[in-house]
Design a protein around this ligand. Structure first.
Ligand SMILES: O=C(O)[C@@H](COP(=O)(O)O)OP(=O)(O)O
Length: 258
């Protein structure tokens, strides 16, 4: 029987999602469509009677802004929002800022799929010559982390995302769930995939076929050991959700940029 309900959410569309660029640790705001997605998500959750007790976000604006918009649409602005870099998007290393479709033209769609969806392939690391290196590592938010700035990642596989996320999950999020709180995690495509892999026990191979669309809440019903009692449910219009998943998958198809 289900004891706990947990909602995972990939933020609404960000400016670079629209431009099909790897965004990762670059701090982009939501696009106008992304704002609407987050508000629609909040309205849906309100209609379905959700009452959150605590929200966890990354320290990237798009996940925080999404959490605010969801809570506002639900009339639950007072709910505490707790932020950690450990929920940040996967660090895409040297790929940050690059266009996925152009990368697929240059390196092949298979390679881009490996970079995006495989469990243990780490993309090439970012270095100081990268155009976004200073913007990321000189950002004051990264002086507030529980590891020194020099030890923050320079690129990550999904496996490495899970390794940095799990200690936080176990020490900070799990106790709240076990206290009976209804938790919303407003994070990113790959930090949510890492959590799904962990909670659902998805195999290293099968996780490559899991893609999350922006702004769609994912409901997990868990037993007392935090094991799912039924398959995850993506809430909302199922035809629209399938189309949105395909759109994200197709971002990795080879196409010259216009
Ligand atoms: O870093 C990014 O650009 C996307 C994920 O990209 P893909 O793994 O889908 O290529 O992350 P998010 O929009 O969830 O923050």
């Amino acid at each position: 029987m289900s004891k706990y309900k947990l909602v995972l959410l990939r933020h609404g569309e960000g400016a670079w999602n629209k431009e099909n660029r790897f965004c990762s640790w670059v701090d982009q705001k939501l696009s106008a469509d992304g704002v609407k997605e987050a508000q629609d998500c909040g309205r849906l959750l309100k209609e379905q009677g959700y009452r959150f007790d605590i929200v966890f976000t990354s320290i990237l604006s798009r996940s925080i802004q999404t959490a605010w918009l969801v809570l506002e649409a639900m009339g639950q602005e007072w709910v505490p929002v707790v932020k950690s870099w450990r929920l940040n998007e996967r660090h895409y290393g040297a790929l940050i800022g690059l266009n996925r479709a152009e990368m697929a033209l240059q390196h092949g769609e298979e390679k881009v799929k490996l970079w995006r969806r495989s469990f243990d392939v780490t993309p090439p690391p970012i270095d100081e010559s990268h155009p976004y290196y200073l913007e990321i590592y000189n950002d004051r938010r990264y002086t507030t982390c529980d590891v020194p700035k020099e030890n923050l990642p320079r690129a990550e596989s999904l496996k490495e995302v899970l390794e940095r996320l799990l200690p936080y999950w176990n020490s900070t999020v799990v106790p709240e769930i076990k206290e009976g709180k209804t938790v919303l995690v407003s994070a990113h495509g790959n930090s949510c995939r890492a959590l799904l892999k962990h909670l659902e026990g998805v195999s290293d191979e099968d996780i490559a076929n899991v893609t999350l669309p922006t702004g769609i809440p994912v409901l997990l019903e868990l037993d007392e050991n935090l094991r799912p009692v039924k398959p995850r449910q993506l809430l909302g219009d199922q035809a629209k959700i399938q189309a949105a998943i395909k759109k994200v998958e197709d971002q990795g198809k080879a196409k010259p940029s216009t």
